[in-house]
Design a protein around this ligand. Structure first.
Ligand code: ADP
Ligand code: MG
Length: 466
């Protein structure tokens, strides 16, 4: 590789790193390889290699202005960027092709494509969770697109493992099954879906019955292993160890791993570093709470699945009021459906107002400082009592500041009242805490994403319980 290309790209990366969240940086920028830096008439052309067309397209759609500006800063106004797209597996000898608007040809072994003759029952998959029934929105675009990508080329994309995370009811399980169904249907491959609890129980039983080998064999003899709710692996060392070996075995054989959890891997309490580092090999993508338009689209889609007419004003009303997650949205719709069947009346706005009343009032539940402290402490793995104490340990101060910050955001309390809830502290301490958090949000992309995740969890609590 041309040395000056590497240097120029390192300079670009330094600028980019300061301007995007850490996860974005790792996923989309660190995976690019500098290839050459050569004059081209009046221009200087820096060529980078992207691991896939999907990767290139994502960068082009989301970061083209940042990239253009950065290249101009590093190479001067005549600097130009050019991508090539890797068309082979990431670890195979590199073959490159110029970026075009056409997707790069994949390396899927067509001979391996055969009709699904295996029994679906063994896979643990639900038929109804497919890509067709999954509505795409800003809240889930990356997770969905990456899921689609791996369902086309399981084990052949850089997204191995693909790790999805996000709060409850946001569509993680749906996406996992959609990938599994697609891979099973389209390629006739061996798929295994299990929750981490099921995996753990199977493992415990295998140990008890002295069939550990058979257990490992069963989970390693698949083309796609899907493990849901990975957060339950936290603290289960033996199970993690076993999973680690299965993971390695599958990954070495270019088999696809697909995982989901309610939080990013680094926030899972009691997860071993070596598993964490494996999870970072691929892509970590989050799902957020859906925005209004997506909520409306989902309601319309669910209504058509149930085969009922729901007037637009009712869709609008439900989407406006039920905001926390998609499971709640479905729940609201089902309740209206049931009511309409029992009373033999069409679904109407009045019916929605009358029968969804509790969902709507409870979505305005006021949060207490105690709720907020609990969520922050749980997320940062800190003992809640220490927030009111005098400890100046860094992680405690950080948790204290963050909890104060959210109390200001989510409650009506004055800064003095908030200070009282933290061991009788002064209002100026609270003001200082809020400033400090705001500063860190601006300067530290990693921290910013922590704040975003915690905010989402607090938002869930405010919403009705399922
Ligand atoms: P999670 O695993 O994140 O808790 P689920 O995948 O179980 O959430 O989703 C909860 C419900 O919402 C499911 O019935 C699922 O079909 C539905 N759902 C979630 N996201 C979408 C979406 N984008 N489009 C359509 N339905 C969705
Ligand atoms: Mg789930």
């Amino acid at each position: 590789m041309n040395q000056s290309a590497a240097e120029a790209w390192t300079d670009c990366l330094e600028i980019i790193r300061d301007n995007v969240p850490a996860q974005t940086y790792l996923t989309w920028f660190e995976t690019l390889k500098p290839i050459s830096l050569v004059p081209d008439g009046d221009l200087v052309r820096l060529t980078l290699q992207a691991p896939s067309y999907f990767n290139y397209e994502w960068l082009d759609t989301h970061f083209s202005s940042l990239i253009v500006k950065t290249v101009a800063r590093v190479l001067g106004p005549n600097g130009r960027l050019h991508y090539r797209i890797e068309v082979t597996r990431p670890d195979a000898p590199t073959a490159v092709a110029p970026a075009t608007r056409e997707p790069a040809p994949g390396t899927v072994d067509r001979a391996a494509r055969k009709p699904a003759t295996r029994s679906k029952a063994d896979t643990g998959l639900h038929d109804s969770y497919t890509f067709d029934t999954f509505i795409e929105g800003d809240c889930n675009r990356l997770a969905r697109n990456a899921s689609v990508a791996i369902s086309y080329r399981p084990g052949e994309t850089p997204y191995n493992p693909l790790f999805l995370y996000g709060g409850v009811g946001l569509g993680k399980t749906h996406l996992l099954h959609a990938v599994g169904n697609e891979v099973f249907r389209k390629w006739g491959k061996r798929v295994c879906y299990a929750s981490s609890e099921q995996f753990t129980n199977d493992f415990v039983r295998a140990i008890r019955e002295n069939t550990a080998n058979r257990f490992a064999e069963r989970y390693s003899r698949v083309d796609l292993l899907i493990i849901d709710d990975v957060q339950f692996f936290g603290g289960k060392e033996k199970t993690q160890e076993e999973f680690f070996h299965i993971f390695n075995r599958l990954h070495t054989q270019k088999k696809q791993l697909l995982l989901a959890a309610d939080r990013p891997p680094q926030a899972i309490k009691g997860l071993k570093e070596r598993l964490l580092s494996r999870f970072r090999w691929g892509l970590i993508a989050d799902l957020q709470t859906p925005e209004l338009e997506t909520r409306m689209a989902i309601l319309n889609q669910k209504a058509s699945v149930y085969g009922v007419e729901v007037p637009p004003d009712v869709i609008d009303f439900v989407a406006q009021h039920v905001r926390s997650n998609i499971r709640e949205l479905e729940g609201a719709l089902i309740r209206l459906l049931a009511q309409s069947t029992f009373s033999n009346e069409d679904i109407s706005l009045n019916m929605a107002r009358e029968y969804l009343g509790d969902l709507i009032t409870s979505s305005q539940v006021t949060l207490t400082t105690d709720h907020i402290q609990k969520i922050v402490c749980h997320y940062l793995n800190v003992d809640q009592r220490l927030l009111s104490g005098r400890t100046r340990r860094r992680e405690i101060v950080q948790a204290r500041h963050l909890a104060m910050y959210f109390c200001r955001e989510f409650t009506q309390h004055t800064t003095s009242k908030i200070g009282e809830a933290f061991g009788g502290r002064d209002h100026s301490t609270v003001i200082h805490a809020i400033k400090s958090i705001n500063n860190q949000i601006e300067t530290n992309a990693n921290f910013k994403s922590v704040v975003k995740n915690v905010r989402q969890q607090i938002g869930h609590l405010r919403a009705p319980a399922s």
